[in-house]
Design a protein around this ligand. Sequence first.
Ligand code: ACO
Length: 328
Amino acid sequence: MTNLHAGILGTGHSYPEGILTNEDLAKLVDTSDEWITTRTGIKQRRKAASDEYTSLFAVRAGRQAIERARLDPSDIDLLLCATVSPDQILPSTGCIIQAELGTNNAAAMDIVAACSGFIYGLTLADSMIRTGQIRHALVIGAEVLTQYVDYTDRKTCVLFGDGAGAAVLGPVDAGRGILSSKIRSDGRYEEQLYSPGGGTRRRPTPETLAAGDHFFKMKGNELFKVAVRSMADISKELLERARITADDIDLFIPHQANQRITEAVADRLHVPLEKVYSNIAVHGNTSSASIPIALDECVESGRIKAGDLVLMTSFGGGVTWGGAVLRW
Ligand code: ACO
């Protein structure tokens, strides 16, 4: 291991103009603004139009992050696009984004880790920068999840939204940047959140399409408990590895899955709610885009200041989870 350290040099985000409110959903399924608000904290979510696709938002977020890092696209050595709603099977959405951005010196690829995808990318980029293999990485979380949402299933259709967030990572001084990070998964929980159709195991046919096999299926209340436990446990481990306590944290950015999950994790960590960032009311759950969108909103609004200690943690289908502690 060298004495290199990686930190975030610039961030960006983008989302569709289209808005789907709780009232709009109440016209589609048997639900209400009151149920959705009290059970999830969500009031509205962004929804891509039928001619809008994942890389469109990823490119806008990525370009903004590169500009704010004061770099040229040619400076990027690694481009990771975390997504479970790729533009197409081949090439990777990462490669499509690469061509649009002109990051021609980069290796580009996708990460499939659902809502933890951005933290997966951050952790991999951090490792490669610290070992000196690369200098700059662009990590993007981007989704058009509403494409895979069954708008006749009230248990899932109220949750998800579309958008993209991005961060450029590069070398920083010791004591700054990523102080600790870790990623985990447990494939035994596959059927708690999955989309069974469309791949080689359950190939796309008119029958599987008609049966809605390509839509997300979720056992929400089972996931709820695993999500809270996993995010709280990994956060405690990351704080310990960074040699700080929850009291030292200035800002906590959890994956935005459900306001009740956010509050349960904060409670387990003893982080007061005024230090917790939440945008779930306006974005819903944007999967891999959730943390980078939140991060960029905090940068834009001045909620993060130089020197702040930031804790991020995520949980998603797979199941996957992870987290990172940073000094901004
Ligand atoms: N409107 C009205 N009623 C509803 C709705 C709705 N939109 N959805 C469910 N209900 C009903 C159910 O049918 C059930 O009724 P029943 O008792 O008559 O059967 C009742 O409400 C309670 O259902 P639960 O599923 O137990 O409700 P819960 O309080 O658990 O909330 C939710 C559901 C919001 C999905 C919650 O469980 C959750 O957020 N889970 C975690 C999701 C998560 O973390 N996912 C992983 C990350 S996402 C990713 O990786 C892409």
